[in-house]
Write a protein that binds this ligand. Structure first.
Ligand code: C2O
Ligand code: CU
Ligand code: CU
Length: 490
């Protein structure tokens, strides 16, 4: 607490800077539109696709021109210089993933959001030593939706993620396929990985702090894409260290949330702002049908004036809890409107899914997790215990429907994630659960001074020895020990 306040006070005295850097644009000059203050853009990178039931992933060292000057050392999968391919999987398929570690430190790969056995989950227990291939296989049981893979080696997650290791997973299923939704990947169905980075004087990625100074969308700064004059779909992931996003468009237009972490919501939810915290995904649709060809709008984050405890709301422009982007509204993607193709989607379905969610009357057991630690610059913890590989913190009975209440009366907001399950956010101590988080979730924001209750069924997979994880998804917090093990036993 003290640290954050002292740094905040110190930085109030520093004149704020604004982001002006750009990297060699592919097109020499793109006219400035009235809604944006950047005059040159770089084409958005859309990750390549891997299909099928066998997926080969190889984590490799790379370099990328992220800033003017020296190239930056990065990590990427399968020869990409930041991030990795998008894996497309079908519900019901049995898949095998061959993950080879070609960097010189231990890694793991976790399939975030997946309902799979604990020993296939890729958490801190399933380490992959350098030059070793790990080959989990499992059946895809999740609903169509946007998931992701990322390293989860204890005390290395923050660094490896910051260097660029991660990727999207899109699950398809017949229910989603039956809807008239934009789903032409890279054309009207666009994955967006949002993050930011700080660089040293020699352009090394700086992982000492909680925030980056320069925004990256799919690893690209000042990114731009041309999209059809129709409804378009974005699958948005907050892959930050601590920063929250408060998404919206430069003209404040209404857009529609069609999915949460675990797939489609029952009906589109109209919003003009959408908070998205670390680890969370949202699928949105926005209508460009009324926009003139060649006009442009920006997808932005409106992060100025956020309450205390919102990641990136601190006023400091430098230091561990400061950044050039803190407490500002800034652009995430410039969207140029192009011609609608033959497959353009002109309407939005009124009904998307018929999920039946858990309610309080289904609950067979309840437990409370309290956010602790963090005093005087110490690490955050859960229930006053720093993470230990060998401690089982919670034991859940197979097929239990459990209510977990996460209590946060402590210093800062956090993004709480549970492996194995998709849960329903059932209540918040500070008011109603927002409609935009009404679907299946695996990660939930817990603002400072509040508690949140979620309900999940822990079915299908049990083991007396292999643990699942629950943790804060701020990668610096989880590396510092804000994480626990749970087992599911028959
Ligand atoms: Cu996205 Cu335990 O992780
Ligand atoms: Cu996870
Ligand atoms: Cu945290």
């Amino acid at each position: 607490m003290l640290n954050r306040i002292i740094i905040a006070l110190g930085c109030a005295l520093i004149v704020s800077c604004s982001k002006t850097e750009t990297i060699t644009p592919a097109t020499p000059s793109i006219p400035t539109t009235p809604t944006t203050n950047t005059s040159t853009y770089n084409p958005l990178w859309v990750p390549p696709i891997l299909n099928g039931t066998t997926f080969n992933l190889s984590l490799e060292k790379a370099t990328k021109q992220l800033q003017a000057g020296a190239k930056t050392n990065t990590y990427g999968y399968n020869g990409n210089d930041f991030w990795g391919p998008t894996l497309i999987m079908n519900k019901g398929d049995n898949v095998t993933l061959n993950v080879t570690n070609k960097i010189d430190e231990t890694t793991t790969v976790h399939w975030h959001g997946f309902h799979i056995p604990a020993n296939m989950d890729g958490g801190p227990h399933q380490t992959i030593a350098p030059n070793v291939t790990w080959s989990p296989n499992f059946k895809i049981m999740n609903n169509a939706g946007t998931y992701w893979y990322h390293p989860h080696a204890h005390e290395l997650t923050h660094k490896q993620l910051a260097y660029g290791a991660g990727g999207f997973i899109i699950i398809k299923d017949p229910q989603e396929a039956a809807l008239n939704l934009p789903r032409t990947y890279g054309v009207d169905d666009i994955p967006l990985m949002l993050t930011s980075r700080r660089y040293s004087a020699t352009n090394v990625i700086d992982i000492a702090g909680a925030y980056g100074d320069y925004q990256l969308t799919n690893g690209i700064s000042s990114s731009q894409i041309t999209l059809p004059k129709a409804f378009v779909r974005f699958r948005i992931l907050n892959a930050e260290i601590e920063r929250g996003y408060n998404l919206g468009f430069s003209d404040n237009r209404t857009f529609y949330v069609i999915g949460n972490d675990g797939g489609l919501v029952n009906a589109p939810i109209a919003v003009t702002r959408l908070p998205l915290m670390v680890g969370e995904r949202a699928e949105i649709m926005v209508d460009l049908g009324g926009d003139a060809i060649d006009s442009a709008i920006d997808l932005k984050t409106f992060n100025s004036g956020q309450p205390l405890g919102f990641g990136g709301g601190e006023p400091a422009t430098s230091g561990v809890f400061g950044s050039l982007l803190n407490n500002k509204d800034f652009n995430l993607l410039n969207i140029k409107v192009g011609a609608a193709g033959a497959s353009a989607v002109k309407t939005i379905p009124g009904t998307l899914a018929n999920n039946t969610y858990w309610t309080n009357s289904d609950v067979t057991n309840s437990r409370t997790i309290t956010i602790t630690g963090g005093q005087g610059g110490q690490a955050f913890t859960l229930d006053n215990k720093a993470y230990s590989h060998t401690t089982i913190n919670q034991t859940v009975k197979l097929n239990a429907v459990e209510k977990w209440t996460i209590v946060n009366n402590n210093i800062f907001g956090h993004a709480f994630h549970i492996h194995d399950v998709q849960f329903k956010v059932i209540s918040r101590s500070n008011g109603a659960v927002a409609p935009y988080e009404s679907g299946w979730k695996d990660t939930v924001y817990v603002p400072i001074g509040t508690s949140v209750s979620v309900i999940a069924k822990f079915d299908d997979f049990s083991s007396p020895t292999d643990a699942f994880m629950y943790h804060c998804h701020f990668s610096n917090h989880e590396d510092e020990g804000m994480m626990g093990n749970f087992i599911v036993i028959p």
